[in-house]
Design a protein around this ligand. Structure first.
Ligand SMILES: C[S@@+](CC[C@H](N)C(=O)[O-])C[C@H]1O[C@@H](n2cnc3c(N)ncnc32)[C@H](O)[C@@H]1O
Length: 254
């Protein structure tokens, strides 16, 4: 199956579960909201934006302009459907066979590049490197790359209110990691991993250190990791995410 077909299939799977899959990543969103002031009047790329929900959030707040890119025409169709209200947002369909977009995106265009849960889907280290390089070249000098990622290193086998990992010991680079995205059936019981009501996705394990080394090798400076936790009792259905960090942010400056 080619890449585009694969992501469109995934997009369809999400669409089928949409009614039930209503849980959002409140911890990640809270982090982005906490730095929204930095994003004011900035030109931003939402790198592999999916259905554009985060792209729209950035445009709604204070960004001067936000561009969302993705390979899935099904997700982009959904994204486009939601933006008729905004003048500071646009979407670009990326077809890996057509390399022209590299030219459009190259060279010091963006103040910020954000990517949500993208690098964890990459299977191959060369691709990870190339993505890092293309992000570096698209950023303006002193521009920032901010990426949110699931914290396999310190959340292995734990359960969060919106996802759950099957524990895997001695993980190595490139290992498949099975994750179940929860549906919005509250209150949440302890997840049964065969429960068909939860959406099963497969990501790939890259240790925090691997991402850091790749970014440093590309000459990003000030590469730092911020582990995010849920605030105690912020919701009564919080599970392990007060004591263990379910997601982390990498911030890297060009
Ligand atoms: C896990 S989803 C994250 C989507 C979005 N950032 C979010 O938080 O909802 C990964 C996204 O990467 C997109 N994608 C995968 N490979 C791609 C490629 N080569 N070029 C552009 N987009 C790609 C998929 O279509 C999918 O929307």
């Amino acid at each position: 199956m080619n890449q585009k077909k694969f992501y469109n299939n995934e997009a369809n799977l999400f669409a089928i579960h949409k009614e039930k899959y209503g849980i959002v990543d409140t911890i990640g969103i809270k982090f982005i909201d906490s730095i929204m002031w930095e994003l004011k009047n900035k030109i931003i790329l939402d790198y592999w934006c999916g259905n554009g929900k985060n792209t729209i959030r950035l445009a709604e707040k204070w960004a001067e302009f936000v561009l969302g890119t993705d390979i899935s025409n099904i997700l982009l169709k959904e994204a486009l459907h939601n933006i008729w209200d905004y003048e500071n947002i646009s979407f670009l369909h990326i077809d890996p066979k057509n390399q022209l977009f590299h030219k459009i995106l190259q060279h010091n265009v963006f103040d910020y590049i954000l990517s949500y849960y993208v690098l964890c889907t990459i299977k191959d280290k060369d691709l990870l490197n190339n993505i890092g390089k293309s992000i570096f070249s698209s950023l303006k000098p002193d521009g920032s790359f901010i990426t949110l990622l699931p914290n396999r290193d310190n959340f292995n086998g734990k359960t969060c209110f919106w996802f759950s990992y099957i524990e895997k010991l001695n993980m190595k680079e490139w290992d498949e990691v099975i994750t179940y995205l929860r549906t919005s059936d509250f209150p949440l019981p302890n997840i049964d991993n065969d429960d068909k009501n939860h959406l099963k996705i497969i990501d790939y394990y890259w240790p925090q250190e691997t991402y850091i080394n790749i970014l440093k090798d590309i000459w990003f400076k000030q590469v730092e990791i911020i582990e995010l936790f849920a605030e105690e009792k912020s919701y009564n259905w919080i599970i392990d995410e007060v004591n263990f960090s379910p997601i982390y942010v990498i911030q890297a400056v060009k």
